[in-house]
Design a protein around this ligand. Structure first.
Ligand code: SF4
Length: 61
């Protein structure tokens, strides 16, 4: 299991993670990425790679 978190103070809402995530973990809410399906994460790390402001944290639980 992985836990996905987005720092809303860093997120710029460019939707890169929304587009890259193979299991649709993210959704844009109020202009910021929100990991509404964090439990679906497979830990591929793609969202971390594409996130320019480094707003995303993925931790194994
Ligand atoms: S690590 Fe991969 S599966 Fe998990 S949220 Fe990021 S892009 Fe999606």
């Amino acid at each position: 299991m992985f836990k996905v978190e987005v720092d809303p103070g860093k997120c710029i809402g460019d939707e890169e993670c929304v587009e890259v995530c193979p299991v649709n973990v993210f959704q844009l809410r109020n202009g910021r990425a929100f990991p509404f399906q964090s439990g679906e994460c497979i830990g591929c790390g793609s969202c971390i790679e594409v996130c320019e402001p480094a707003a995303i944290t993925v931790t194994e639980e």
